[in-house]
Write a protein that binds this ligand. Sequence first.
Ligand code: CTP
Ligand code: MG
Length: 231
Amino acid sequence: MYLLIPAAGTGKRMGADRNKLLLKLRSQPIIAWTMLAAEAASSISWIGIISQPHDWEDLKAIMADLKLTKPIKLIAGGSTRQESVYNGLQALPADAKQVLIHDGARCLATPDLLNACAEAIRHCPGLIAAVPVKDTIKVVDESGIIQSTPDRSQLWAAQTPQGFDVDLLKQCHAEGVRQGWEVTDDAALFEKCGIEVHIVPGEETNLKVTTPQDLAIAEFILSNINYTQNG
Ligand code: CTP
Ligand code: MG
């Protein structure tokens, strides 16, 4: 299975002086943990890291340090996640029928979750890892007044990995460019094009490292992960 890792953001909400994925969590940069999970997932045979060329020197040093055995390619990112994934899709090897897309910032996803998504995408056009929402969610207007309370039993929190048929995802991205759609994940493009997207049970620990508080939580979760025991 081919895996694209969007890693070309700036990490604005983290507030650091560089791409948050280069910040350390325990002994390794955040992106190194994501690479290690991909390396340990037996279903993954090729990895594309979508990233800004000014980070390539650092990324190459991290890759050399990890001694990864799988083919790994650096792909130039865009100014939004959507553009970055678009670039990643163009850089896939020609024989890629399906692809997994997994955010570099979700460095705690286990190899088991990557493997489960790789297996499931062989049987449907699109999927995402997701978990049921635990909080009651409110729809709030600009003045801070609650408008409604959606039925929680129908709400899921979207994660990555997300998996797709490559041809369909390329078509959806092209339609997104034509229509000017701005989305925060690829599943949303499938939804807008009317193609079904399935749910794979995600992991409560699969948080997206976004703010400085997330770093502390991720450090705690990482202390319980050992990739040599996953497959
Ligand atoms: N990403 C990307 N290209 C962009 C923007 C984001 O590849 N132009 C990637 C990020 O590197 C990250 C993933 O998409 O792995 C999810 O994005 P997010 O967590 O929002 O990261 P940033 O955009 O870097 O953070 P922020 O929104 O706080 O600036
Ligand atoms: Mg962002």
